[in-house]
Write a protein that binds this ligand. Sequence first.
Ligand SMILES: [Fe+2]
Ligand SMILES: [Fe+2]
Length: 333
Amino acid sequence: MGKKILIADDSLPTLKLIKKMLENVGYETVLAKNGFEAIMFCRKESPNLIILDIDMPKLDGFEFCKRIKAWNQQIPILFISASKSLDVIEKALGMGAEGYISKPITQKTILPQIEKWLEVVEIREVSRQLENDGGALNAQLVVESLARAAMFRESKGFLQQHSVRTGYYAYHLTKASGGKEREALIILNAMLVHDIGKIGLPDILLNDVDSFSEEEQQHTVMGAQIIGDHDSMLLQSARIIALRHHEQYDGNGYPDGLPGDEIPKIGRIAAIADAFDRLTVRPGNREPWGPERAKQYLETESGKKFDPQLVNLFSEKETFNKVLEVHKTFTVG
Ligand SMILES: [Fe+2]
Ligand SMILES: [Fe+2]
């Protein structure tokens, strides 16, 4: 789709002339006969560029420019005017407009300016995206490193691949609860480090998944400290999950005994994924429970340890079949 250019001028012949010039080279145009009409259009959608006459009734070009720049500085504004006064040109550029073109308008005077400013906007947009991607990539690398550390620790205990399985359980539960793919993928990755705090626990506690000693409980707080406080959505989620995956819906969990919805949703999802895995891979001399029995346990504890709505979604046939597949694929021995 062509770039959309708003042309605001009270002279109909000028509007038609510029419209024709721009449409000939593939731009879409929107016309406004005064500043108010132009504002009304900008409220509905953002044009890629604005061509703006200075002298217009109701709301002149200067006033329009001031309002638009206060709202969005990314849209280039090119003034057009019959005035050649230096004061007028300086005032226009001083208001943050990107250019000033003297009437009469010709293709040679207007098209190169438009092309140049549209290109500048595109370069700015690409740089912004690269910055965002760079930030996301860094966060992903941090999580991967921490996940390797967590798995190294797990491999010394019975909970081999616990983080991977819980990640996939949480992924499917997030999707079942209406989460978008991106949200589910963030939770999947964040779950990989939910027990990173166990790095700080003595070996003996690693093999005892039923230990809820004060020392063991500290792995939640230590995990959050290891991950740290960051702007990245992934690292923020990882921190919350590390801290909250042992909170209980009835407020009897740890580290803070938060009740119900005071536990962030990702923490409530993580609690179900984590418990299901600990039950079905019970280490030590205890027989692991089958998935059906573990599911029944979650249902018995629905509204007590676990969020009842999330338990229902986890137990639904479609979600649970995916859970079974994960269980089968990633369970060792
Ligand atoms: Fe844990
Ligand atoms: Fe865990």
